[in-house]
Ligand binder design. Structure first.
Ligand code: GRG
Ligand code: 1GP
Ligand code: MG
Length: 252
């Protein structure tokens, strides 16, 4: 069977090729003012991720609300098998490769596979790697992680290479939502260099200059979540920094 890359992933790849980096904004389906946040990000994000680690209810409603506001692709970012909605466009089909529990590494995605097929969601194959300080965040607790240390960039990079050998086209270096500090530049650049797959970086990115240096280090995508809940106006500055770094990276 031929493996086809779907519409959403193709679009992200085109943006990476033309602009050097994509900006993904994460919306928590539990957020009360989800419409307001969607309204704020719609002119800047390249796609909207929807997901949460704990307590997913009314996911369908949340996705429908966002769909009414924008035509941007909605990519599900499931914290478990209940993180799927037929109203979204795509799903990060993810394995938490550095979980100590096989449930998060393979069972949860396997249990979700048939639903993804039935809902006609585009699966985007992704390694989800939880890096220090993710242990102190919700995903670290729920996902029972064996935390990847930041002072050993080679470990994260090896996971990215492994992901590539497994056929995954994306790896997400996650410091955890609300992380005290983001994934360091060395980890990002070595992961990109060794694997060559698309590298997403998120968790604890609150300043445009930080997003800028992560893109120059090798990130193909930057995710912000909490920032948009705390400071909706930050999205424009984030966008500018990510795209500026993207253009500079393309010139190199
Ligand atoms: C592919 C399918 C169907 C399932 C995969 C399920 C896996 C592997 C989940 C990994 C473990 C996990 C709990 C991931 C959560 C990722 C996520 C949606 C994070 C969003 O951030 P929150 O942790 O909710 O942030 P806040 O604490 O800021 O709300
Ligand atoms: O909320 P923040 O810290 O931006 O993190 C976003 C994302 O990496 C969480 O999965
Ligand atoms: Mg959440």
């Amino acid at each position: 069977m031929e493996i086809k890359i779907g519409k959403v992933e193709k679009k992200l790849n085109e943006i990476i090729e033309e602009e050097g980096a994509v900006y993904l904004t994460l919306l928590d389906p539990e957020e009360e003012n989800i419409e307001e946040i969607a309204e704020n990000v719609k002119d800047y994000a390249d796609a909207i991720m929807v997901g949460g680690s704990i307590g997913i209810v009314n996911l369908d409603e949340a996705v429908k609300k966002i769909k009414k506001i924008t035509k941007l692709p909605i990519i599900l970012f499931p914290g478990n098998v209940d993180g799927l909605s037929k109203y979204a466009d795509a799903v990060f089909y993810m394995s938490l490769m550095n979980s100590a529990n096989t449930y998060w590494a393979i069972t949860a995605p396997t249990l979700g596979a048939i639903t993804i097929l039935k809902y006609n969601l585009e699966p985007i194959p992704m390694a989800y790697l939880c890096i220090e300080p993710a242990k102190k965040t919700a995903v670290g607790y729920v996902g029972e992680i064996r935390e990847i240390p930041q002072n050993k960039p080679k470990i994260a990079a090896m996971y990215c290479l492994s992901a590539k050998f497994f056929g995954m086209r994306w790896a997400y270096l996650e410091a955890g939502s609300g992380a005290e500090y983001p994934v360091n530049n060395e980890t990002i650049s070595l992961s990109k260099k060794l694997s060559g797959i698309n590298i997403i970086v998120g968790g604890g990115i609150r300043k445009p200059e930080i997003a800028y240096e992560k893109v120059l280090a090798g990130a193909d995508a930057i995710v912000t979540g909490n920032l948009l809940e705390e400071n909706p106006n930050a999205v424009e500055m984030m966008y500018d920094a990510i795209k500026k770094a993207g253009r500079e990276k393309l010139k190199k």
